[in-house]
Design a protein around this ligand. Structure first.
Ligand code: M6R
Length: 620
């Protein structure tokens, strides 16, 4: 999705803004642009479609100076990916420019009014109404006596944001106030970075983390005015709001590629550590339970839960689906899992004892955020399972658990999934213990959890073997992933990984569903990846594999057991170590990720920034 970075300091803004844009590339975009107030006091803008390097070429050819600027990566929603539609947008006086993340839902009505007043629009975007509105209020004669240009600009921004319906994070420059950036937020994240003799504003900490770790998170309905060494936060009514400065704990190294070809591979390989970080310090053998203090639930609260509703999108949803099996099994609480985008619009039944869990790596996904707000409004207690500390979802929930996977940059989510599932298992132990799970079962499972990093290492050590299998299937047109029970969500996740980075048409199914329709597609060209770990359902899985083989389909089986039938029926077998049954979804996810990764690399796809996708989906 779109990204924003703004800078004000003592050095040239352009190189810092370009570096910031590059750090936002992972979010997905199709054009970019930059605006500064030049040393001559005028707004200068450069924009280009394609990658940031294309924008750099434009700037090299036609340099842009100034010690203050805003920049943007655009992921097209309203209007095509063109230079004109790229941000920053400038008003018709050429004195005010803005960048915007989000969607202005009432833009058509606003545009009509503004056009009637004689304003000319040059882009097809929803965002352009923002700059016209600010300009209109700034130059409004009623606003002229209202103090300095700064006060007028602040008032113009506040009057504008009150007109907007939808979501926005904006940054505004005005050449009559050349030492100031104004930001405003509603539903789309904005964070301020306090540097040495400099200030930053961005949609995401990654954009400026090399310069400062001192941050202030803007909340919805807040405006910030930043100068080189001060900032002021206010609400939309322009009443001061006091904010805490927080220190972020990420290392700069953590967001580099560290010698790997892609962020995705780096993040896959980080899983021994990221999974360990999800459980470390949380296994209490004395009490035979998991410590999840951030949930802020008493034993009485846990005993009273009569239903859990998990809501999320994409990979996080699949982690929630795995969670359903383990929570129902260990804690005996009925669990429903729902797409966040559907949850919001289906009038979900929330009773006083319903616990809602919102799972999100970024903590900024618009649909998940909307679902949690809907649940809160209906009276539910809502807990967040998030990776990004201080993200909107994390802050809006009643409590929650951080998965501590570290920054995930690759658009295809990998380490976040295994960390989310690990937390689901801890949650099941914690709730289970309060509701009658034996000490013995809990302690045994916790000991097994500690073995996970070693088992993950073993899979990573065999990645060359997985690569050999994967490259054989590069160019496959269609693939199924099938699994049973808690392997079904892993099959969905395997299919999602493959389709999003290699563009192969891939779908996940519960294995038994194949004969209710999908099997019609099997022929000698069709690939099926069978998830067949040792379990009471293994024989049934083998029967499903046989059904595919009988129709000449190609089969790759992933298993942790030696089984002659599997060897005989499969074209390729990927072996993984044996672990406790409850932990198998975590281990089985690894070959899915590596398989998708190596297929995509063999097909020369852009693994970290697949087409049409964004890392953080901050629009509905
Ligand atoms: O940040 P979130 O976990 O809320 O993101 C949810 C999905 O957008 C995300 O998992 C998406 O499906 C990934 N591209 C999957 O790899």
């Amino acid at each position: 999705m779109c990204g924003i970075i703004g800078f004000i300091g003592r050095t040239d803004a352009a190189p810092i803004l370009i570096e910031g844009l590059k750090r936002l590339e992972y979010r997905g975009y199709d054009s970019s642009g930059i605006a500064t107030i030049s040393s001559a006091g005028k707004i200068e803008i450069r924009k280009e479609i394609g990658k940031i390097v294309e924008l750099e070429k434009i700037i090299k050819h036609n340099p842009i100076n100034g010690k203050i600027g805003i920049a943007h990566t655009r992921w097209a929603t309203h209007g095509g990916a063109t230079v004109t539609n790229a941000h920053p947008h400038i008003g018709q006086t050429g004195k005010i420019t803005i960048v915007h993340n989000g969607i202005i839902e009432n833009y058509a009505t606003l545009k009509k009014h503004l056009e009637k007043e004689g304003r000319e629009f040059t882009t097809e975007t929803d965002s352009e109404v923002i700059v016209h509105l600010i300009e209109r209020y700034y130059f409004d004669t009623d606003n002229q006596d209202d103090g300095s240009p700064l006060t007028r600009l602040e008032k113009a921004v506040s009057d504008t944001v009150k007109m907007l319906e939808g979501t926005f994070g904006i940054a505004v420059l005005c050449d009559e106030v050349p030492d100031t950036i104004i930001g405003a937020r509603k539903g789309s994240p904005l964070v301020i970075g306090i540097g040495k003799d400099s200030m930053f504003i961005a949609s995401d900490i990654n954009a400026f983390v090399t310069y400062t770790k001192q941050v202030i998170y803007l909340d919805d309905n807040e405006i910030v005015t930043i100068n080189r060494d001060t900032y002021q936060t206010k609400n939309f009514e322009r009443a001061p709001v006091s904010k805490d400065i927080e220190e972020i704990s990420w290392d700069v190294d953590e967001i580099g590629r560290a010698g790997y070809d892609h962020f995705m591979l780096k993040e896959i390989c980080e899983q021994p550590d990221s999974v360990r970080n999800a459980f470390i310090g949380r296994l209490l053998y004395e009490q035979a339970t998991a410590k999840l203090g951030g949930l802020k639930l008493s034993n009485k609260d846990i005993l009273n839960i009569d239903r859990i509703l998990i809501t999320a999108c994409g990979t996080a949803l699949h982690a929630g689906m795995v969670g359903k099996y383990i929570i129902e099994q260990l804690a005996g609480i009925p669990v429903e899992v729902d797409f966040a985008s559907e949850f919001r619009y289906r009038n979900p039944i929330i009773r006083p004892n319903t616990l809602v869990l919102a799972i999100s790596q970024s903590g900024e996904t618009a649909d998940t955020l909307a679902a949690l707000r809907e649940a809160k409004q209906k009276g539910a207690t809502v807990m967040g399972i998030c990776n990004v500390v201080g993200s909107t979802i994390a802050r809006e929930c009643d409590g929650g658990v951080y998965v501590h996977a570290g920054p995930e940059i690759g658009v295809a989510s990998t380490k976040a999934f295994t960390s989310q599932v690990t937390v689901m298992i801890l949650l099941a132990i914690y709730f289970g213990r309060v509701r009658g799970l034996s000490r013995d079962i809990a302690n045994k499972l916790m000991k097994e959890i500690e073995k996970l990093p070693g088992a993950i290492h073993a899979i990573l050590d065999s990645k060359e073997k997985i690569k050999k299998v994967a490259v054989k299937y590069a160019g496959t047109k269609h693939a199924f992933f099938m699994g049973r029970n808690d392997q079904y969500p892993v099959a969905l996740e395997g299919a999602l990984k493959l389709k999003e980075i290699s563009y192969i048409d891939a779908n996940g199914y519960p294995a038994a569903e194949m004969k209710h329709g999908p099997i019609a597609l099997i022929d000698e060209e069709h690939l099926t990846v069978a998830l067949a770990p040792d379990s009471p359902l293994l024989e049934k899985m083998i029967a499903n594999i046989q059904e595919i083989r009988a129709r000449n389909g190609k089969i790759v089986t992933v298993t942790d057991t030696k089984n002659q039938m599997i060897e005989k029926l499969s074209d390729d077998v990927i072996k993984i170590p044996k672990v406790h049954p409850a932990l198998k979804p975590i281990l089985m996810a690894l070959p899915m990720q590596l398989f998708a990764y190596y297929v995509a690399v063999a097909m020369e796809c852009d693994v970290d920034q697949p087409r049409n996708l964004a890392k953080s989906v901050t629009v509905e």
